[in-house]
Ligand binder design. Sequence first.
Ligand code: GDP
Length: 312
Amino acid sequence: MIREDLRNIAIIAHVDHGKTTLVDELLKQSGTFRQNEQMDERAMDKNDLEKERGITILAKNTAVHYNDAKINILDTPGHADFGGEVERILKMVDGVLLVVDAYEGCMPQTRFVLKKALEQNLTPVVVVNKIDRDMTRPKEVVDEVLDLFIELGANEEQLDFPVLYTSAIKGTASTSHENQDHDMTLVFDKIMDHVPAPLDTSDESLQCQVTMLEYDDYLGRIAVGRVSRGIIENGQRVALVKRDGGVKKCRISKMYGYLGLQKQEISQAAAGDVIALAGLEDVNVGETVCPEDNPEPLPAIRIDEPTLQMTF
Ligand code: GDP
């Protein structure tokens, strides 16, 4: 059984190739924003440190509804200092959108994030963006992308990547570089067609590895992860398996999914869902949420970037 109504993707790109603009436009065109709702902040650029450095470092999760499906869109930092965070985010998804500037082509961070995605066995949908700009060279850029895939050891399925040409700024898309005859729903259609749906393993024992932390002034640490097996309910008592193998008993005090730029309270989540959990005191990245009576941790994940050394 698969969850045909759910897709989890990450968006990967070299800085400035248009990731943020693309996600803002996808949010708008999916109708996830009500018409009178103002987007006063850009979707993925909220963090001050990020703004200071001009790079995205603390990833932001968003989600849209498209037809009857939900698509979770996870941002990734492009910078090589955050390789561990990129890897962890890529473990939560089943596909990636690789955004490449139609003029600049492949750049160092394109290579860095694509390498990570290919290593995780993910099949990218390639988005050649800024097609509205002067002096674009879309055909060459696609050739460059293909060469990079080959150089990075992509398998046959990965080499068969679909390509979309977009102007995120104008909100248009096409499968041809010669026209822009669609709106951004074409991007959703490609995601639905090419990104595998998560497996439905609701009948198995719960496992959810914490891959990111958020912080809330009232609730404290919020653990973010993808449910990889089973189901989880708000209020449930769980075992949190620490990185050293120790087990801490906790109770989920609030549970959220993502919608648009917001978190939304939910009462239950199942395998495939990306969720945020409150109530897990002193929780850390890499720990696994399990049923109280079956504390079975997931394998260790890479944790090495400076953001995680922040003390809350
Ligand atoms: P990010 O660093 O990948 O998140 O890139 P941004 O979304 O912040 O975009 C970087 C710059 O490129 C901004 O000035 C955007 O307005 C511009 N930009 C993004 N998409 C397009 C596009 O489709 N066409 C043009 N001409 N500019 C774009």
